[in-house]
Design a protein around this ligand. Structure first.
Ligand SMILES: C[S@@+](CC[C@H](N)C(=O)[O-])C[C@H]1O[C@@H](n2cnc3c(N)ncnc32)[C@H](O)[C@@H]1O
Length: 515
C-alpha cells in the first residue's frame, strides 16, 4: 500500500479520485460483501458516487474514506458499507419493465400455479408467494400486485393468501418503495386506464393507491448471503431477480441463480433479466419460453445416470421441429500446435474447430486454455483472437477482450468482428456513446452482424429512443426472415439465433407505438 492518494511513482491522485490501490481495496470489499463488481474503468464513477459521503464525514480525500473503512471493527464496517451501497448501486427501474415477462406471468405462470394448487387437499395452506429480489424502489413488486389485483385474484380466491415481497440491499430505495410515490418516468409503462384507476396524480408525481400498496411488503436483504434466506424462509412460487446480476461477475451470477433456484417451491418459476439467462440451463431448472419471454421453472433434479438435457432450443421456422441439445462428448486436452507451413495450417484449423466445440459445450475455461496456446503459435490467426476475445468478454475480463480486438485491428483495421467486440465491451462497461459509435462502425463494415443491431437496439431503448431501438430490433428480425443473419457465435455464448430473434420480437412488442 502506498501513502494516501499517491501511486507507486509518487504521483498524487486528485482528492476526489480513488487511487488504484484504494479502488482495488474498496471495490474488493463491495464485491466480497455484496457481489457488486466494479472493473478498473469504473474508478472515476465509484469515486464520484462516494463524494457526498466523504464530505458528510468531513474527510479530505476519497482515499481517506477507504482507509477509514478498513480501520473500523466488523460491525461498524458493515454499517459503513451499507451506507456506501446506498450510493453505489444502480436502482434504475420502472413499472412493467419488460412487458413480455409480465404477460408470461399473467397468461402462463399464474394460471399454471393456480391450477396446480387447486388440486391440493382442501386443508392444505393455499398461499402463493412472489418475491421480487433486488426490487430497488418497488416498481416491479407493485406491478405484480397491480396485475394480481387487475386479474381479480384477491377477490376470486378469498381463501388464498398472496404474498408479494420486495427485498433490496439499498435502504434508501426501500424507503422510496414504501412511500409509493413515483415520477412520470417511473410510470411511463403503465397504461392510461391503470394510471387513472390505481394512481393519484399529485403535482408532477403519481401516488399508488393504498389498496395496492398494502399488498406488498418490503424488506432489506442481501442476495449474496449464504445460505440465501427467502422471505418468511418459505419456498417461493415465483421469484423475480431482474437486472441485479448484471453488476456481478459470471461466477457470482451462477452462485446467485443456484441459490435462488434453491428457494423455489417445486414447479416454481424464476424470472431473470434478458441478459442474465445463463449459458446452459442450471441443474434442477428447465427453460420455459412463452411468446418470446423466458424464465426458468424448478423441476426435480434429474437422476445422475440420466444425461442432462442442457437446454431447449426454439427451432428456426424453416429448420424443422424444436430440438433438445445434450452435452457433447468430452474433448481432448490441448496440445502444442505446430507453427505455420501447410501441415501446420491444417492442424491450426483443426485445433480452432476443436476450440469452437469446447466453447460451444459451455466449457469456456477449457476453450480459453486451448486458445491461448493457439494464438501463441499463430499470432496472426484472426479467428482465434476473436474467439479468445469473446471468451474474455463472457468472463467480464474486458481489458483482456479489448487487447484481443486490438491485436486483430493491428492485423486488419477493417475487421468488423473486432469492432463489434469493442462495441459490446463498451456497452457492458456502460460507455454508451463509445459503444454506439463502435457498433455503428461494425454495421458500416458488415450489416449482417446482427449482434451489433441487437446491442444498438438495447442502447437506444435504454436512452428512451424507442424509434431507433425499434429500427435496430427490426433489422435483426428481417435478417432472420431473409436468411442473412450472421450470429457471430463467438460473442453469443450459447444464445441461439432463434433466441436472439425471439428477444428482438418481444422487445418490438414492448416498444410498439402507444395509441
Ligand atoms: C437495476 S435495479 C433492478 C430493479 C428491478 N429488479 C428491475 O429489473 O427493474 C438493481 C437492484 O439490485 C440491488 N442489488 C444489487 N446487489 C444486490 C445484492 N447483493 N442483494 C440485494 N440487492 C442487490 C440494487 O440495490 C438495485 O436496487
Amino acid at each position: 500500500m502506498t501513502a494516501a492518494g499517491a501511486t507507486p511513482a509518487g504521483h498524487r491522485e486528485p482528492a476526489d479520485l480513488l487511487s488504484p490501490d484504494r479502488f482495488a481495496a474498496l471495490s474488493g470489499l463491495l464485491e466480497h460483501h455484496y457481489g457488486l463488481y466494479f472493473d478498473v474503468s469504473q474508478r472515476t464513477a465509484l469515486s464520484a458516487a462516494l463524494r457526498d459521503r466523504v464530505r458528510e464525514l468531513g474527510l479530505a480525500r476519497v482515499d481517506d474514506y477507504c482507509d477509514r473503512i478498513r480501520t473500523l471493527d466488523a460491525r461498524a464496517r458493515d454499517a459503513e458499507l451499507r451506507a456506501a451501497v446506498n450510493l453505489v448501486t444502480v436502482t434504475e427501474t420502472c413499472f412493467f419493465r419488460d412487458p413480455a415477462q409480465f404477460r408470461l406471468l399473467k397468461e402462463h405462470i399464474l394460471p399454471a400455479l393456480l391450477a396446480a394448487y387447486a388440486g391440493r387437499p382442501a386443508d392444505a395452506a393455499r398461499t402463493l408467494r412472489i418475491w421480487c429480489a433486488g426490487c430497488a424502489t418497488g416498481e416491479e413488486a407493485y406491478s405484480v400486485a397491480l396485475l394480481l389485483w387487475d386479474m381479480g385474484l384477491f377477490l376470486a380466491y378469498p381463501d388464498w393468501t398472496f404474498h408479494v415481497v420486495g427485498t433490496d440491499l439499498n435502504a434508501r430505495a426501500l424507503e422510496a418503495a414504501a412511500r409509493g410515490v413515483y415520477s412520470a418516468r417511473a410510470v411511463r409503462g403503465v397504461s392510461p386506464e391503470y394510471l387513472s384507476r390505481y394512481f393519484q396524480k399529485i403535482g408532477t408525481t403519481y401516488r399508488l393507491n393504498d389498496e395496492i400498496r398494502r399488498r406488498v411488503r418490503f424488506e432489506a436483504g442481501n442476495l449474496t448471503k449464504t445460505p440465501l434466506r427467502a422471505p418468511a424462509s418459505a419456498p417461493q412460487d415465483v421469484v423475480f431477480c431482474k437486472n441485479v446480476a448484471i453488476y456481478f461477475r459470471p461466477d457470482a451470477v451462477r452462485r446467485l441463480v443456484a441459490s435462488l433456484a434453491e428457494t423455489l417451491a417445486e414447479g416454481g418459476y424464476l424470472l431473470l433479466g434478458h441478459s442474465e439467462l445463463l449459458p446452459g440451463v442450471p441443474r434442477g431448472l428447465e427453460l420455459v419460453e412463452y411468446q418470446g419471454a423466458f424464465c426458468y421453472r424448478r423441476v426435480t433434479p434429474p437422476h445422475p445416470a440420466v444425461k442432462a438435457v442442457e437446454r431447449r432450443r426454439i427451432a428456426h421456422p424453416k429448420a424443422g421441429p424444436a430440438v433438445a441439445v445434450t452435452a457433447g462428448p468430452p474433448v481432448a486436452a490441448p496440445q502444442a500446435v505446430p507453427a505455420e507451413g501447410p501441415a501446420g495450417l491444417a492442424v491450426r484449423d483443426d485445433e480452432y474447430e476443436r476450440c469452437l466445440d469446447v466453447f460451444r459445450s459451455g466449457d469456456w475455461a477449457g476453450a480459453e486454455t486451448r486458445l491461448r496456446v493457439l494464438v501463441a503459435a499463430h499470432p496472426s490467426f484472426v479467428p482465434a483472437h476473436l474467439l479468445l476475445g469473446g471468451v474474455f468478454a463472457h468472463h467480464a475480463q474486458y481489458d483482456a477482450a479489448v487487447a484481443q480486438a486490438e491485436q486483430v485491428l493491428a492485423l486488419d483495421a477493417l475487421e468488423p468482428r473486432a469492432h463489434l467486440l469493442l462495441g459490446m465491451v463498451a456497452a457492458r462497461r456502460g460507455q454508451r456513446d463509445d459503444a454506439v459509435a463502435l457498433l455503428r462502425r461494425t454495421l458500416y463494415l458488415n450489416d449482417a452482424l446482427v449482434l451489433a443491431h441487437f446491442w444498438l437496439g438495447n442502447l437506444y431503448r435504454d436512452r428512451g429512443d424507442r424509434h431507433r431501438a425499434r429500427l435496430e430490433y427490426e433489422n435483426v428480425v428481417r435478417a432472420w426472415e431473409r436468411g442473412t443473419l450472421d450470429l457471430t457465435e463467438q460473442y453469443a455464448a450459447d444464445l441461439t439465433a432463434a433466441q436472439l430473434v425471439a428477444f428482438c420480437r418481444a422487445s418490438l412488442q414492448s416498444l410498439a407505438p402507444r395509441e
